[in-house]
Design a protein around this ligand. Structure first.
Ligand code: FEO
Length: 397
């Protein structure tokens, strides 16, 4: 096997690409795959940063051996215990029985809970350091980015941060490892989809982590998913995107997400979209919730400031897929959206009422009264829909 790529002096990439799995966390489609990143630091002490999903442990160990031969590994640093990164720990310990595992109070507890590992464990505190010889590791506790035990590890001497899930993205790393060796365009939408669906609920902890790191000089970001981001490449852009997303800030565009059984609610969606476009709004995205994957809708809702949701009334409630979307947005503590809604019914109006309750709970800025269609489209309803699209466009411009 080829020798693993050297990111910078004595720091190597030993992660793997997963182009087989269909659904990350058994939920999120992976059209561009995903990488599970792991890194080796070779110094007087040899360190491994995180492991990989157990499905790829064979490739992972072959990479490590091609780099280190039969040299022992002194430390495993566990930045994150989610099994896409901790899944190979048990096998690692069986291959390297003397390895010492470095984690924090929460991860030490999870090491026991997941894998029954209690021996050779070193518990570190916030900002504690471990000297490796030439290099020093410093640990930054960053809880809830994305789990309570998450932390980052900083190598002071060459300004490299191993950031866990932060700054990660879906998408395998094909050939190159550094952002400067890859076409990065394909990652931006996938990064927003990754952030919004996986980490999106934790905007406030991400902000806390970013503030904590703001005084730290960083030249290279090694996250657990996606390319290694460099100062010469896109590191600043990535940090800025994570900052924006975790503040729930967004671009001036509009997402219209709707369900429609016989086309009436869809006709309203089209009318609203057309009116928004006629009033100068170019960034308009329509999602039929029965077809678009919810992860794509959530990505676009995080991307754009305007949100209009439409739903037929079904069993005196929201259309099930709309209800599921609304619940997903509630779970992610989405904030700061300009909001409108529209609903359809035949004999009992429930959808618009439910969407209004959702808007109130989320403290969205309701830009107009709901547009309600009873059975077929009347000219007054069409006019109200056009007004909604026009108002949204004027607010977003
Ligand atoms: Fe990639 Fe939260 O694990």
């Amino acid at each position: 096997m080829y020798k693993p790529f050297e990111i910078t002096d004595n720091i190597y990439y030993v992660g793997v690409n997963d182009r087989s799995k269909h659904l990350f966390e058994s939920m999120w489609p992976l059209p561009l795959g995903v990488s599970y990143n792991s890194y080796v630091i070779e110094d007087e002490k040899t360190v491994l940063i995180d492991t990989v999903d157990i499905c790829y442990s064979d490739v992972f160990f072959r990479k490590i051996v091609s780099l280190l031969g039969d040299k022992p590994i002194d430390y495993l640093v566990v930045n994150h215990m989610e099994p896409d990164h901790s899944g190979s720990i048990e096998l690692l310990v069986s291959r390297y029985p003397n390895i010492q595992i470095v984690g924090n109070k929460r991860s030490v507890d999870m090491l026991n809970g997941y894998y029954g590992i209690t021996k050779n464990v070193i518990q570190v505190e916030d900002l504690e350091e471990i000297n490796l010889g030439k290099y020093t590791l410093q640990f930054y506790m960053t809880p809830m980015v994305h789990w309570p035990e998450t932390m980052m590890t900083y190598v002071k001497e060459n300004r490299v941060v191993f950031s866990g899930d932060a700054f990660g993205t879906f998408g395998t790393i094909d050939g190159g490892v550094l952002d400067t060796q890859l076409r990065t365009e394909k990652y931006w939408d996938e990064m927003i989809r990754y952030y919004s669906n996986i980490v999106g609920k934790f905007g406030s902890p991400v902000q806390t982590a970013l503030k904590k790191l703001s005084g730290v000089e960083i030249d290279i970001i090694c996250s657990t998913h996606g390319p290694v981001w460099t100062k010469e490449g896109s590191a600043a852009e990535v940090v800025s995107l994570y900052d924006k997303l975790s503040r729930y800030d967004a671009d001036n565009g509009l997402v219209i997400a709707y369900g429609s059984m016989y086309g009436h609610t869809e006709e309203l969606a089209e009318t609203i979209a057309r009116a928004a476009a006629e009033n100068g709004l170019n960034d308009v995205v329509l999602h039929n919730v029965a077809k678009s994957h919810v992860s794509d809708i959530i990505r676009d809702v995080f991307k754009y400031k305007g949100l209009i949701i439409g739903s037929p009334t079904y069993n005196n409630k929201l259309y099930p897929e709309v209800e599921s979307l609304v619940s997903s947005l509630q779970n992610r503590n989405l904030k700061g959206r300009l909001f409108g809604c529209f609903g359809g019914f035949t004999w009992s109006d429930a959808s618009a009422k439910n969407l209004l309750a959702f808007a109130n709970e989320m403290e969205f800025d309701l830009i107009a009264d709901p547009v309600v269609i009873r059975q077929g489209m009347l000219s007054s309803v069409k006019e109200a829909a056009q007004n909604l699209g026009m108002t949204m466009a004027s607010k977003l411009k």
